[in-house]
Write a protein that binds this ligand. Structure first.
Ligand code: C2O
Ligand code: CU
Length: 549
């Protein structure tokens, strides 16, 4: 096994990722950051210099379980103190499983300021994957806002709430073209003065007047917020073969629904007319489409890679087709159920987690069973391992909600609380989590992609309406469920997952939409913290960990 050393300067730079100049948080001057390539069993060492001048940072390795290294998870407030401006911090961890992963800032809302990139772990030489391919490409999908994340965060914490709204652009490998949405829908040649970009249908004009545009070739996908990626318009369909680091039974799709925090590997066969170019597009789904879709070009060798495809730009699937999205979620199953860890037949503990939007103390928050998470000044890992009393709310959060009488069609009747409470799990126990969706204060029900740090879980079921433990537990798929680390909670539905709490440490479980976790849509799990090895001093220095020996 190899050791890969990387040295990163994290700094703000002016970037024009979507042709509009804006400050972006960069790694060695780039956003997105470099793709890390490694082989299963390798060690990654990343030395991070925080050169943001006035902002803290911390970097999370999304999908890497950090077995034996919980302090390298990069979750500020949970596993470490923030890395202060001017400071250096070293992450060191083993990548123990092949798959497509990524990394991103885990401090405030910094991820959407551009601090992210991909982490691709290959199977060792001689270990065959259940599929073959000639070439591998990585694709990172992102949302891009023009307001600074600081302004976005302050808006979310303000009374009244100023929501971040829809992103201005979608990016494919860090490139996009900002076009006001109404302009992109205007008929060709429209003379709307507000649209000082060329009509998008005129790809030729657009190309010549938009030198910042880059053409990005496909096959591996990675997103932010809910994005539907489409790589076809009389082009090749995609076969999904890997999800969040697990091989799945191959599924052929025209469009792939991806939620923030998920990763997919798809196979594309280059067997189309080679003299054409093809569109690869990503569109907003699950929220009303107010952002122009991102377009890239898939080009055969020998073609002009910038020549516009002869076909119209793909429209993508309807943004509000919940049924199609739930169906895709349900279509995923593990590739070889007999070759993987069997699902434990029953849980030792089941948490029923109601997701609500609440008004708390004049602020709009997201809460789970009435509790909106606020990170304590001292990271949980330090305060729990070192037994610091009073560093977080010791009273445990509720295990369930009143599911018999609760009406998920209405915003919550009661106000919640803000707390830093923790679910303490018995080490090695089997835990079921059932996420229950409702309508928010605006009476709409959104999609929330939930991500678990430190573990993968089996996805046992997606249901519509309200989860009924007696009726629905019997419908759990214990035969061939896919394992994931991020799962969609669909509008007015529920999602059930199971995991084994066998990784000593303290782990965040949260909605991966940056604005939602910032508004408290998260819970914390602790298991076997006494079994965690000696904590590195480098994760300390804030709150009550300042004075620790
Ligand atoms: Cu990718 Cu806690 O997140
Ligand atoms: Cu959410």
């Amino acid at each position: 096994a190899k050791v890969h050393h990387h040295t990163w300067d994290i700094a703000y730079h002016y970037k024009s990722l979507d042709c509009v100049e804006k400050l972006a948080v960069t790694i060695n001057g780039e956003s997105p950051g470099p793709t890390i390539h490694a082989t299963q069993g390798d060690t990654i060492v990343v030395t991070v210099h925080n050169k943001l001048e006035t902002e803290n940072t911390g970097i999370h390795w999304h999908g890497i379980r950090q077995i034996g290294s919980p302090w390298a998870d990069g979750t500020v407030g949970v596993t470490q103190c923030p890395i202060l401006p001017g400071d250096t911090f070293t992450y060191r961890f083993v990548v123990d499983r092949p798959g497509t992963y990524f990394y991103h800032a885990h401090y405030g809302m910094q991820r959407v300021a551009g601090l992210d990139g991909m982490l691709v772990v290959s199977a060792p030489d001689g270990v065959a994957e259940p599929f073959t391919y000639d070439e591998e490409r990585t694709i990172l999908l992102m949302d891009w806002w023009h307001k600074s994340v600081y302004e976005q965060a302050v808006g979310l914490a303000s009374d009244p709430l100023k929501f971040v709204g829809e992103p201005q652009s979608l990016l494919i490998n860090g490139r996009g073209v900002f076009e006001p949405f109404h302009c992109s829908r205007a008929p060709n040649g429209s003379s709307d003065a507000a649209c000082n970009v060329p009509a998008p249908q005129d790809a030729r004009r657009r190309r010549s007047s938009r030198p910042c545009r880059e053409d990005v070739p496909p096959p591996r996908w990675q997103p932010d917020v809910a994005v539907g990626a489409q790589l076809r318009d009389r082009g090749p369909p995609m076969t999904v073969v890997e999800v969040d680091g697990h091989y799945v039974r191959p599924v052929v799709v025209d469009s792939l629904y991806i939620y923030s925090g998920e990763s997919y590997s798809v196979l594309v066969k280059a067997d189309q007319n080679p003299s054409w170019n093809y569109w690869a597009a990503s569109h907003v789904v699950a929220r009303e489409r107010n952002t122009t879709s991102a377009m890239a070009i898939l080009s055969y060798a020998g073609n002009d890679p910038r020549a516009p495809p002869p076909t119209p730009r793909p429209e993508g699937p309807a943004w509000d087709d919940v049924t199609a999205r739930v169906e895709q979620s349900r279509s995923l199953a593990v590739a070889h159920p007999d070759h993987v860890l069997p699902v434990p037949p029953r849980p030792d503990r089941a948490l029923l987690l109601l997701n609500t939007q609440n008004r708390i103390g004049g602020h709009t928050k997201w809460a789970i069973n009435g509790v909106s998470l606020a990170f304590p000044a001292t990271p949980y890992l330090v305060s729990m391992k070192r037994g610091l009393q009073g560093a977080y709310d010791a009273r445990p959060p509720p295990e369930t909600y009143d599911f018999r009488s609760y009406d998920i069609e209405r915003p919550p009747p009661a106000n919640g609380t803000v707390a830093s409470a923790v679910y303490r799990l018995a080490l090695g126990s089997v835990v079921d989590l059932v996420l229950q969706n409702t309508v928010a204060l605006n009476k709409k029900s959104e999609t929330h992609p939930w991500h678990l740090h430190g573990h993968d879980f089996w996805v046992l079921a997606y249901g519509d309406g309200k989860f009924d433990p007696e009726r629905d537990t019997a419908r759990f798929n214990l035969r061939d469920p896919v394992m994931k680390n991020t799962v969609a909670l669909h509008p007015k539905g529920w999602t059930a997952v199971r995991f084994v709490a066998d990784n000593p440490g303290v782990w965040l479980f949260h909605c991966h939409i940056e604005a939602h976790v910032y508004m408290g849509m998260a819970v914390v799990f602790e298991e076997g913290v006494d079994k965690v090895g000696r904590l590195p001093k480098s994760i300390m220095g804030c709150g009550r960990s300042r004075t620790l020996p």
